[in-house]
Design a protein around this ligand. Structure first.
Ligand SMILES: Cc1cc2nc3c(=O)[nH]c(=O)nc-3n(C[C@H](O)[C@H](O)[C@H](O)COP(=O)(O)O)c2cc1C
Length: 396
């Protein structure tokens, strides 16, 4: 028996329990391999051992156990199809991982180009012919020659880890946030009357966003908006130009973190955003102008982001969309007598330690407003932010 010694730990590689335990620390994707057996019936088995093998020629592989009855039938098929399961297909996975004879009953599927079942709702399928089947211990190594492949539904895939199912969550732009969220919700709740008053007296939409770590803000209170309830809990990723007020008073490391998320990712862009932060800090509040980007696409991106179930590809899309709003955030000097098409005004709410806990935002402002009127709105907004801040200061 081979023994590996690392520091104090010694693991016997011949012990099946240790083998399972250690390899259980490695996550896998989950695919359903399907085919039409020689008797004409569809067969399918769940496999975590799927991998791509070669690009040229295109080959993939999976490893069925030699004891698998399903594979004994599957290998009589002319072709097999790899169905990449989505995160919301755990039930389907459990069903096909079982031994029931009627696994396909009531499960909607279409034949792949080679005739194997492609289940409705899968992320992607990879249609293959059998290239080779080799033995490897108590498993076979099945190599498939890829014939056709397609992404059907670009959503987060189902993952398997230590005996449980889960989904992928990108580390960037997301964060564990419960403690900060609760602090923010409580603060907004204390300032509820002020938020309502501001929305009513100015006839605008007023929201309070709680700053959650250096990654995101969450909409914790909304007044004066027709879709107020739906927008509660909306997450706002902090990447330039979004989240200026959340980071403007933070230390250099936090500012650099924020700047590092800017797109395009060149130094010149970062320098521009750094200057904007300076301007925001000096002014003590900020404004955004009505942009030429499409609002619905932003709302959709925020919905995707807020669901928490977005894929890395979707995250790249979201970042791209946010970066396109940059021109609306460019600092504007309000000249007396001029009118401006302001979209929203934002003000920070500091806690007793001088940390920005909430960002108060008024939006849906009348178009073409004179500079004097905008400054008057800003005064009202800052006064409300101070009232909310006083509540934060009274925290123990
Ligand atoms: C997440 C997951 C991953 C699995 N991966 C494999 C695998 O890579 N190879 C394999 O032979 N069985 C694997 N199985 C087990 C089979 O899906 C399934 O239990 C088996 O096909 C049913 O037994 P039978 O083939 O003897 O009917 C996996 C099961 C689950 C739930």
């Amino acid at each position: 028996m081979t023994e590996i010694s690392i520091g104090e730990q010694r693991a016997a590689t011949g012990d099946p329990l240790t083998f399972r335990n250690v390899l259980g620390h490695f996550p896998t994707g989950v695919v359903l391999i399907t085919g039409i057996a020689e008797d004409g019936a569809p067969v399918g088995m769940i496999v975590g051992s799927f991998t791509s093998v070669s690009l040229d020629p295109p080959l993939v592989a999976f490893l069925p156990t030699v004891a698998s009855q399903t594979f004994q039938r599957l290998r009589t098929a002319k072709a097999f199809c790899v169905n990449v399961l989505a995160a919301d297909q755990e039930d389907l996975c459990r069903r096909f991982a079982g031994r029931a004879a009627d696994k396909f009953d009531g499960v909607p599927w279409q034949p792949s180009p080679l005739g194997a079942p492609v289940l409705d709702g899968v992320v992607a399928f990879i249609d293959c012919t059998f290239e080779s089947i080799n033995d490897a211990g108590d498993h076979h190594i099945v190599i498939g020659a890829v014939s056709e492949l397609q992404v059907c539904r670009p959503v987060a895939p189902l993952l398997f880890f230590q005996g449980g199912y889960g989904r992928f969550a990108p580390l960037s732009l997301s964060a564990p946030f419960e403690a900060d969220l609760i602090t923010g919700v409580r603060l907004a709740e204390r300032g509820r009357a002020e938020i309502d008053r501001l929305a009513a007296t100015l006839s605008v939409e007023c929201t309070a966003m709680a700053v959650i770590s250096d990654q995101m803000a969450v909409n914790v209170a909304t007044a004066g908006a027709s879709d107020a309830e739906a927008r509660l809990g909306e997450r706002i990723p902090l990447m330039p130009p979004w989240g200026e007020l959340c980071v403007a008073w933070e230390d250099a490391a936090a500012v650099d973190q924020w700047l590092s998320r800017a797109l395009p990712s060149d130094e010149c862009t970062q320098e521009q955003y750094r200057e904007r932060l300076e301007a925001v800090r000096r002014r003590g509040w900020s404004l955004t102008m009505r942009g030429d980007y499409r609002d619905e696409r932003i709302i959709e991106a925020l919905r995707e982001y807020s669901s928490g179930g977005y894929t890395p590809a979707q995250e790249r899309d979201i970042r791209e969309i946010i970066s396109r709003t940059s021109s609306s955030y460019a600092p504007v000097t309000l000249e007396p007598g001029q009118t401006y098409d302001v979209d929203s005004l934002l003000a920070p709410v500091f806690d007793a330690a001088g940390k920005v806990r909430l960002v108060l935002r008024i939006a849906n402002l009348p178009s073409s407003a004179p500079a004097e009127r905008i400054l008057a709105w800003a005064e009202e907004l800052l006064a409300a932010a101070r009232t909310l801040g006083a509540a934060a200061g009274s925290q123990p």
